[in-house]
Design a protein around this ligand. Structure first.
Ligand SMILES: Cc1cc2nc3c(=O)[nH]c(=O)nc-3n(C[C@H](O)[C@H](O)[C@H](O)COP(=O)(O)OP(=O)(O)OC[C@H]3O[C@@H](n4cnc5c(N)ncnc54)[C@H](O)[C@@H]3O)c2cc1C
Length: 504
């Protein structure tokens, strides 16, 4: 027997989460359901999520968004990885590069061969074996060339930096063109149905009542529906993620335009640097238990590359997640569902996967609890593995120059993370669990970059002679170097493909 489909979707909130949801649903569900988005001009969106990871290209592809057009409209730039400065110890830096590093040989991963030669003092730095690590520090960028399938340049893996406000505007135009109806107004009440407590309607300050069958809560940190109206609990993860404040400020651009995000650790947190075409986005994420606002502001303002373009903005947050992100007829997407500090640019990705999951398990008017429970279980797994990856950056450090870093290196960590660290420290093994976000190469780069050392390497490495392994490493290093030499600078590449108009 067929059950009535959902015909009326209401999205609350018009930040990145709201407009990504509206754009994707309008594309996929199209004319079969009415999509209504409500946002309030009085309540600004958070406006700081500006760095992404490569999976965002799947979102663009699913929506048939032309990459160059999108970059032109969002003052966007390319990102090949994240550089971590002063995290392992003061003065140390490493790149968490997207894509692969080196090349596996037979059944054994590249890292094991590198590890052996590194111990013997016969290997270059790990990042010398990846285009994605060497090119960005030289300001070089190009896309993987689709017309040269056998070229090592095809290893190039990229994501984007973009202006969050312009991104929401771009997706809004996309969604409205496909029939999404937008209403401006402040929601002051949520009406629940008698009996099952499903959401019936939201009521605006003007008195307008907007009814729906499925509600998507994209109201940001306020969590208007999932938190306030439906009372879904928020799980606080600050015992593992010590930072709870951010200060954001844009500054003028400088040359060269570096195609990576930089994260520089300070004495009670860290600073992000996100270069766009028209400005650099900066922010200081810190722990209010260990530093006051004035000191945190001074550190940020003293570490800008150019003159500030606005007053600093102060953003308090609680790291953690909603215990259920789908309850009754409401799905929370974006900050209403949880928040990780942006050290690995995972939050926009979580919006994207929440949308994909919702589409895959799209409910009918029965709202099957089985689908809902599966949705929540998958979301929880995804959050917990990302949490572990982020906690790793704080825990695995040799810094002991401030009470904050002493606290981080001594804090207890989730058992799942401890297991990963134990495996790596034993003989360099890392395993990706199910479809967790970060692949082995990401874990390896961060574990190594943060100063963890395996006691040994894979025993099969010793089956090859030192000469053979040395030649194999030298060959990869040489190919990477040559590739980077022929690549254009990011400035040249953008000028040729996707230069944005200057902002007026
Ligand atoms: C400091 C910081 C840095 C970050 N950096 C990154 C990053 O580099 N990469 C990344 O992936 N993510 C990052 N994020 C996360 C990212 O910013 C968010 O995931 C993303 O912007 C989604 O936000 P949102 O749409 O959920 O909420 P918001 O942008 O806050 O939007 C909320 C919307 O709800 C509306 N609203 C709220 N209340 C009402 C009401 N009563 N009536 C009507 N409308 C209402 C508002 O008008 C607004 O439109 C960062 C977050 C922070 C805090």
């Amino acid at each position: 027997m067929s059950v009535a489909p959902i015909r009326n979707i209401v999205i609350v909130g018009g930040g990145t989460a709201g407009w990504m949801s509206a754009a994707a649903l309008s594309k996929v569900i199209g004319p079969t359901a009415k999509i209504h988005l409500i946002e309030s001009d009085e309540i600004a969106s958070i406006g700081v999520g500006e760095a992404t990871i490569p999976n965002i290209k799947n979102f663009n592809r699913a929506l048939d968004i032309d990459e160059d057009d999108f970059l032109r409209h969002t003052q966007g730039t390319f990102k090949m990885g994240i550089e971590f400065v002063n995290w392992h110890k003061l003065g140390a830096r490493y790149m968490h590069a997207f894509g692969r590093v080196g090349q596996d040989l037979g059944a054994v991963g590249f890292f094991h061969y590198w590890q052996k030669m590194h111990e013997l003092g016969q290997a270059s730095a790990f990042g010398k074996y990846a285009i994605n690590a060497l090119a960005p520090v030289n300001g070089k960028f190009m896309r993987a060339p689709s017309d040269m399938p056998n070229s090592p340049l095809n290893d190039i893996t990229h994501a984007f930096h973009f202006d969050a406000g312009l991104y929401a505007k771009y997706l809004r135009a996309f969604a409205e063109k496909r029939g999404v109806l937008r209403t401006e107004g402040r929601i002051v009440n949520t009406v629940l149905r008698e009996g099952d407590g499903f959401i019936d309607a939201v009521v605006l300050e003007s008195g307008q009542r907007i009814e729906g069958e499925l509600f998507i809560d994209c109201s940001g940190i306020r969590a208007l529906l999932i938190g306030h109206a439906l009372g879904c609990e928020y799980e606080d993860w600050s015992q593992w993620l010590p930072c709870d404040r951010a200060i954001a400020v844009p500054c003028e651009s400088v040359s060269p335009l570096l195609p990576y995000t930089r994260s520089t650790a300070h004495s009670a947190g860290w600073q992000w640097r996100i270069p766009l075409q028209h400005r650099i986005g900066n922010g200081h994420v810190y722990s209010s238990r260990f530093m006051g606002q004035d000191e945190a502001t001074a550190i940020l303002m003293n570490n800008l590359d150019g003159p500030a373009l606005a007053e600093p903005r102060y953003i308090p947050f609680v790291p953690g997640r909603r215990r259920q992100t789908w309850t009754r007829n409401c799905v929370a997407i974006g900050l209403s569902s949880g928040f990780f500090e942006p050290i690995e640019s995972t939050n926009i990705h979580l919006i994207q996967t929440a949308i994909a999951r919702l589409i895959a398990m799209f409910p009918n008017s029965e709202f099957s609890p089985v689908d809902r429970d599966e949705y929540n279980a998958q979301t929880q797994f995804e959050y917990e593995r990302i949490r572990d990856f982020i906690v790793l950056h704080y825990k695995a450090t040799e810094r002991d120059d401030s009470p904050f870093w002493k606290h981080c290196s001594a804090m207890p960590i989730p058992a799942t993370l401890q297991h990963k660290i134990d495996l790596f420290c034993n003989n360099g093994h890392v395993y990706r669990e199910n479809n967790e976000l970060f692949a082995e190469m990401s874990w390896l780069q961060v574990m190594h970059g943060q100063g963890l050392h395996p006691r040994s390497y894979h025993p099969l490495v010793d089956a090859r002679s030192l000469d053979e392994i040395g030649a194999y490493l030298a060959d990869i290093e040489n190919v990477v170097k040559k590739c980077v030499e022929v690549m254009p600078t990011q400035e040249e590449f953008i000028a040729q493909h996707c230069a944005a108009k200057p902002m007026v």
